[in-house]
Design a protein around this ligand. Structure first.
Ligand code: ADP
Length: 186
């Protein structure tokens, strides 16, 4: 049985940064749905071409495609040996339910669902500094709205399971990381 973490939170809250630290210090495999989509776009695959249309508009890529893509990554031997961090997935309740089913099939378990929060000011500032193609103000506004409508209910999904761990991301990278370590139990 292999164990992992879900990092959840709005765009720009620092999920990628913390996932990278968790990878370096705990050896977990980082599975970022956004990074995987961007790699597909770069390689000009059919999946990449399809995903790009949604990503450029700040909309979610359809559930079926996203679930299949992530399930494939979760099925690897590397994940089984080292454990995993899910970053950007699940982003809808439908994805969370599909993941629950997959976990049973794949013999995977969750150490915790870490929910990162920060003020809107902090988020907008971090996104402005990052300046990715989909970080223009209109697309960001759409992504924040999608987060409130589609992803906030995912947090409720995990609250009921006793593995929900809120962490304040409005502090230094190291302090956020040590809060995550603490709430994961070491
Ligand atoms: P951020 O978390 O900073 O918004 P990501 O790199 O996680 O950025 O995601 C970028 C885009 O990729 C999203 O706006 C969305 O279009 C798409 N995407 C990423 N993960 C998912 C997912 N789980 N379901 C649907 N679309 C996704």
């Amino acid at each position: 049985m292999s164990a992992g973490i879900i990092l959840i939170g709005p765009p720009g809250v620092g999920k990628g940064t913390q996932a990278q630290l968790l990878t370096e210090r705990r050896g977990l495999v980082h599975l970022s749905s956004g990074d995987i989509f961007r790699a597909e776009i770069a390689s000009q695959s059919d999946l990449g071409r399809l995903a790009k249309r949604y990503i450029d508009e700040g909309r979610l890529v359809p559930n079926g495609i996203t679930i299949e893509m992530m399930a494939k990554r979760l099925r690897t031997g590397e994940v089984r040996r080292n454990g995993f961090i899910l970053d950007g997935f699940p982003r809808t309740v439908r994805q969370a339910e599909a993941l629950d089913d997959d976990f049973g099939d794949l013999d995977l378990t969750l150490m915790g669902v870490v929910s990162l929060t920060a003020s809107d000011d902090t988020i907008l500032q971090r996104l402005a500094e990052r300046g990715r193609a989909d970080d223009d103000i209109e697309t960001v506004r759409r992504r924040l709205q999608v987060f409130r409508e589609e992803t906030a209910p995912v947090i409720e999904h995990y609250k009921g399971k006793g593995i929900y761990r809120p962490v304040n991301s409005d502090q230094t990278i190291e302090n956020v990381f040590s809060d995550i370590e603490e709430c994961l139990g070491q």
